[in-house]
Design a protein around this ligand. Structure first.
Ligand code: NDP
Ligand code: GDR
Length: 370
């Protein structure tokens, strides 16, 4: 039985990867952070009581900013594979918490690599580093491949750039099996609520159910290469099963503007929106304008632009070239964007239908002060 250790197991990707590795017969250890509220919602259905016999999943308290904790867990677990998915992963929030982001996302990766080296596990333990298309930042060329130069545009991306290179450096210096997956945006019904896709599908569901009037967004003209997280965790696993440690771009190869994601999500809920006005052109890219009303239904304005969601430096266009992953890993995504949007909108409609029913029956919705 192989043993895997996942940091960031309580996040979107951690939850899908846990399910996938258990289905492959792994014993999985995960690191979760102590929090004042339960933070294991995404993996609760896979929880196993440690008092039972024959379990194959264990959680440990820990943090990527705490070296001794990481060393102790890795020593205890002796993992065959480490998936380093833990990170402060929100690009806009990284402008508010740049130092913490560098510590967790950049130095956190070094702590994992160094722990494996110090514990003499360099020949045993393979390491997957969650690198990102945000490394490309300011557009140099499209589509973006393993050979495209980086130009990070946020404290998050700069921290991930350190993590990317320290992973390669440890591979070359100590002959470790350590790889970067340069993953483009991937989403799902488990996506964090403040990332744009989930914010849209939640807003659409609430508007469709009459629980909210309007959705406020930032730049609708950014373009992203969106896939489904379920497909992308399979690529992480494949990256660690190769003879030679290498880095791979994981993407669909198709790019779509945020505006189109909005239109398709409303359409999925049976609402046809009409966009009023477009953005302005700036350095070759269209950008949304603050205060602009952009989508209306007859008699209702359902979307407006709020400049608080603009970023100090934006990544305008991402489109990945997954040729290497297609040919070397045999990886191909099963979901396309319409299937992803369909699943996300349906899941959020179900979620808020339940909340509405509870409220109508006089129950208080948990964690909400009224
Ligand atoms: P999420 O934000 O959903 O999950 C992040 C996870 O990291 C959570 O489990 C979080 O814990 C944990 N975490 C945050 N800070 C720390 C810390 N200091 N110590 C230990 N754990 C911590 O991200 P995703 O699942 O979407 O992404 C997984 C990884 O892949 C991240 O590294 C992200 O940067 C990267 N990535 C994501 C892409 C995407 O489109 N989703 C694309 C490319 C890369 P808690 O639940 O307690 O907050
Ligand atoms: P991103 O994802 O920054 O690409 O990082 P996000 O969904 O936050 O933004 C995508 C694009 O949408 C625009 N946008 C908004 N974004 C948010 N969050 N909220 C809004 O209201 C809004 N309005 C418009 C943004 O400006 C941006 O252009 C994600 C994260 O998962 C990273 O961890 C990961 O590395 C990259 O994807 C690949």
């Amino acid at each position: 039985m192989k043993t895997a250790l996942i940091t960031g197991i309580t996040g979107q990707d951690g939850a899908y990867l846990l399910e996938f590795l258990l289905s492959k017969g792994y014993y999985v250890h995960g690191i979760k952070r102590r929090s004042s509220l339960f933070n294991t919602d995404r993996i609760d259905h896979l929880y196993q009581d440690p008092h039972e016999k024959g379990i194959n999943f264990t959680l440990h308290y820990g943090d990527l900013t705490d070296s001794t904790n990481l060393i102790r867990i890795i020593q205890q677990v002796q993992p065959d594979e480490i998936y380093n998915l833990g990170a402060m992963s929100h690009v806009q929030v990284s402008f508010e918490t740049p130092e913490y982001t560098a510590n967790a996302d950049g130095i956190g990766t070094l702590r994992i690599l160094e722990a494996v080296r110090l514990l003499g596990l360099t020949e045993k333990t393979k390491i997957y580093q969650a690198s990102t298309s945000e490394l490309y930042g300011l557009v140099q060329e499209v589509p973006q491949s393993e050979r495209t130069p980086f130009y990070p545009r946020s404290p998050y991306a700069v921290a991930k750039m350190y993590a990317y290179w320290i992973t390669i450096n440890y591979r070359e210096a100590y002959n470790m099996y350590a790889c970067n997956g340069i993953l483009f945006n991937h989403e799902s019904p488990l996506r964090g609520e403040t990332f744009v896709t989930r914010k849209i599908t939640r807003g659409v569901a609430k508007i469709a159910l009459g629980m909210q009037d309007k959705l406020y967004l930032g730049n609708l003209d950014a373009r992203r290469d969106w896939g489904h997280a379920k497909d992308y965790v399979e690529a992480m696993y494949l990256i660690l099963q190769q003879e030679k440690a290498e880095d791979y771009v994981i993407a669909t190869g198709i790019t779509t503007p945020v505006r189109e994601f909005v239109r398709s999500s409303f359409a999925e809920a049976g609402i046809e929106v009409e966009f009023k006005g477009s953005g302005v052109e700036e350095k070759g890219f269209v950008k949304s304008v603050a205060g602009h009303i952009t989508a209306v239904l007859p008699g209702q304005e359902v979307l407006a632009i709020d400049s608080r969601y603009f970023r100090p430096t934006e990544v305008d266009l991402l489109i990945g070239d997954p040729t290497k992953a297609n040919t070397k890993l045999g990886w191909k995504p099963k979901y396309d964007l319409p299937a992803l949007i369909k699943e996300m909108v349906a899941a959020d409609i179900e979620l808020f239908q339940r909340e509405k029913l509870l409220k109508e029956a006089g129950y208080k919705v948990l964690n909400q002060f009224e």
